[in-house]
Design a protein around this ligand. Structure first.
Ligand code: SAM
Length: 337
């Protein structure tokens, strides 16, 4: 364990973890209403002046990339494709030196149209969320009849070279937990890389229940009824997904088991919300206000200093299984998943 907050250099915490991966939420709004994420009527959205404008987003990312050692920038939300300035932001980040890898987590709606432009702007790859292949189920789960648009978005991303296209799926008991093998078949047939995410206590409705969530062990057991899975020999590093080779490989499937197999000890992430708050964990209960500092005239050194101080306070683990665990007040859609 380190004892003193560093005054320069990378984003390190007192346990020696270094954050290289920055998740940037570009909006808290979304054009879907996934039942496990948002209520049907939406949420009280951040007001316009609360949101960082494009230049402010770019400036904070530049501080992270050029002063704090961030090497990977992932845009998320809400739904990042609905941010009007997205292409300009990607272009500016791709011009930074050293150039970070740039990716995007999206529900895929509109991606068929936008993928070539985003690729040309410098986007490297995408993660697209898809929890079911059944149209009626999709409509019930997301409260929108947009399955075709999501599938077209994935295909458009692959055609534009935003690869590997990773597919994120959350399984819920009695809702879509019978679909794991079909989702994997779909991903294998299309050359996408599927990752199942254990459902986490981050929903605005506070409906998450540890006892009924679908666990990594269950997901793997269901997949093994249809496929041969062997642990991926590749080094995992700080990746949230644990991966398996499917039927001898090279295709892989991943499980992000944040709840039952937490990987906090290897976490290399830092997060910036759409309203300019730094969070050092999805489950953090504290945030550091970079927007206020930036708008009151802080220079880049000062912004970097505040970011380092925020990282220094990162807890050893998210503590979901701790009896004192408190769900953060911000839901997933307002943090950036
Ligand atoms: N709108 C984009 C999308 O659909 O990918 C980006 C934001 S969304 C919050 C990012 C990811 O978080 C999605 O894959 C979604 O399924 C996942 N997600 C949302 N709520 C979750 C929860 N409570 N537990 C686990 N994953 C969740």
């Amino acid at each position: 364990m380190s004892v003193a907050l560093p005054t320069d250099g990378v984003l390190v915490d007192r346990y020696g973890r270094v954050a290289r991966d920055l998740r940037v939420s570009l909006t808290d709004k979304c054009n879907l209403r996934c039942t496990y994420c948002m209520p049907a009527e939406g949420l009280p959205w951040l007001a316009g002046p609360q949101l960082l404008d494009d230049d402010e987003v770019i400036r904070l990312i530049r501080v992270a990339v050029t002063r704090l050692g961030v090497t990977e920038v992932r845009f998320t939300g809400g739904e990042p494709l609905i941010r009007p300035g997205l292409v300009g932001i990607v272009t500016a980040v791709a011009a930074m030196s050293p150039r970070p890898r740039i990716s995007l987590t999206t529900n895929g709606i509109g991606l068929d149209r936008l993928a070539p432009t985003l690729r040309a702007a410098g986007l490297d790859r995408v993660n697209v969320s898809l929890d079911t292949l059944d149209r009626e189920r999709f409509t019930r789960l997301t409260r929108r009849d947009r399955l075709d648009a999501v599938l077209a978005g994935m295909a458009g991303a692959a055609a534009a070279g935003l690869t590997p296209v990773k597919v994120n799926a959350v399984l819920m008991r009695g809702v879509n937990d019978d679909e794991a093998p079909a989702l994997l078949r779909f991903a294998l047939d299309h050359g996408y890389e599927l990752r199942f995410i254990e459902q986490m206590p981050l929903d605005a409705q506070h409906g998450w229940d540890r006892a009924s969530m679908v666990t990594a062990d269950e997901i793997l057991a269901t997949l093994r009824s249809a496929y041969d899975l062997i642990p991926d020999p590749a080094e995992r590093g700080a990746a949230p997904a644990e991966t398996w080779l499917v039927d001898g490989g090279p295709a892989r499937v991943g499980v992000i088991a944040s709840v039952t197999r937490p990987f906090c000890g290897d976490c290399d992430r830092t997060r910036l919300t759409a309203d300019g708050q730094v969070r050092n964990c999805l489950f953090a209960t504290e945030e550091s206000d970079l927007r206020g500092a930036l708008r009151s005239g802080a220079d880049d050194d000062e912004l970097a200093r505040r970011w380092r101080a925020a990282m220094w306070g990162k807890r050893a683990g998210h503590g979901i299984d701790d009896p004192t665990f408190l769900q953060p007040t911000r839901p997933m859609s307002a943090i950036g998943g």
